[in-house]
Design a protein around this ligand. Structure first.
Ligand SMILES: Nc1nc2c(ncn2[C@@H]2O[C@H](COP(=O)(O)OP(=O)(O)O)[C@@H](O)[C@H]2O)c(=O)[nH]1
Ligand SMILES: [Mg+2]
Length: 345
């Protein structure tokens, strides 16, 4: 995508993460406000959405409720199947359908529209714990470690969040602690220079923990509100990576035991349940405290948000819906549930 506000350079590896045509979910969230966006990249039309819906949750739900239907075990089993295949995960799907059954009974829901609205409401309730207030001003600097595997959107998301902080009048600094890939430091510097946000870097091959240490000292001296540390997504082995992240954590905590204040894991929603095992892994190693889901503008099935909330109860701070500065939205349970479960025609 030749996004004029995105300095991301595509590697062959990253090209698998190219944005795809917008899904119903992204049309809901993904309206771009960036005036540099060409018209062609604006949200898909309703017709596009209806095309897509055949393979989306809407299409599948329509199938479950086609013609005259009975609200019987078979229907609820079908519904369970639909939810599981939408990345909602087995446990969360079972729980959702169980609660929906109760709601159908207690609220005497009958029509497809009523039942689907019931499902939407239950999803909203389930997602509510992930929608949490977030105040970074109680610590200065508020230190965030941005973690996740290669290509999920760590660097891009770091830049987008930094931009939002800046727009709110907060001073931000970035640390380029992905020193493993040659292009990674340059990518962050490029974002920094476009946004006029200082980037602390030492270059390819430098000790990531030393970069974090320098950056923290610099953020303290400059009185920055927020320091965001971009990290590597891959080293020689996965245990090398985890050790490096733990070392960064230790170096920060040596200066102030409350640091880092947040370990945010970036997950590519397009990778479905695989994202859940990534979270599992990082969570064990570095105590992840929040999540950001990216690439919901692609073919991602947003159900992942539900399985994450069900399993971890972590705050989902943001969702990424494109490559530009403004393609990052705060997570809201209600908005998400409404976008995920569209009204039946
Ligand atoms: N379509 C889309 N692309 C994204 C989103 N977030 C990141 N990307 C793209 O994903 C690719 C990898 O992002 P990058 O930040 O370099 O990932 P990192 O390796 O985790 O740092 C880049 O081409 C980004 O523009 C998103 O929400 N939607
Ligand atoms: Mg990166």
């Amino acid at each position: 995508m030749s996004d004029s506000n995105s300095p991301n350079k595509q590697s062959a590896e990253d090209s698998a993460n190219q944005p795809q045509r917008k899904s119903g979910l992204s049309r809901f969230f993904g309206r771009r406000t960036d005036s540099t966006e060409p018209e062609a990249a604006s949200p898909a039309t309703v017709e596009d959405g209806l095309d897509k819906s055949r393979s989306s949750l809407l299409g599948k739900l329509g199938h479950v409720f086609k013609g005259s239907f009975d609200l019987d075990d078979d229907l609820f089993d079908d519904l369970e199947e639909v939810l599981i295949t939408s990345d909602i995960g087995v446990d969360a799907s079972l729980k959702l359908v169980e609660r929906l059954r109760e709601r159908v009974k207690s609220d005497k829901l009958q029509t497809a529209t009523e039942v689907v609205q019931g499902l939407r409401d239950e999803i909203e309730i389930m997602l509510k714990p992930a929608e949490q207030d977030w105040n970074v001003l109680h610590q200065r600097p508020y230190v965030m470690l941005m973690v996740g595997v290669n290509g999920v959107g760590k660097t891009t998301t770091t830049a987008k969040i930094a931009k939002q902080f800046q727009d709110q009048g907060k001073s931000v600094m970035l640390a380029a602690a992905d020193t493993f890939r040659a292009a990674a430091v340059e990518q962050l510097k490029e974002w920094g220079s476009r946004m006029d946000i200082p980037v602390v870097a030492q270059g390819h091959g430098a000790d990531a923990a030393a970069v974090a240490h320098d950056a923290l000292n610099s953020a303290i001296v400059k009185g920055a509100h927020v320091l965001m540390i971009d990290t590597a997504g891959r080293l020689h082995t996965q245990s090398d990576l985890m050790e490096q992240l733990q070392k960064i954590n230790r170096v920060l905590a040596n200066l102030d035991p409350s640091m880092p204040h947040e370990v945010m894991q970036i997950l590519d929603a397009g990778t479905g349940q695989n994202a859940l095992s990534q979270l599992d892994h990082f969570h064990k190693a570095v105590d992840v405290s929040s999540v950001c889901l990216t690439k919901l503008d692609g073919s991602a099935k947003g159900g992942l948000a539900i399985s994450i909330t069900q399993k971890y109860g972590l705050p989902i701070r943001y969702i990424g819906v494109g490559e530009g500065y403004n393609d990052l939205k705060r997570f809201e349970a209600k908005t998400f549930a409404e976008a995920l479960i569209p009204a039946l025609p």
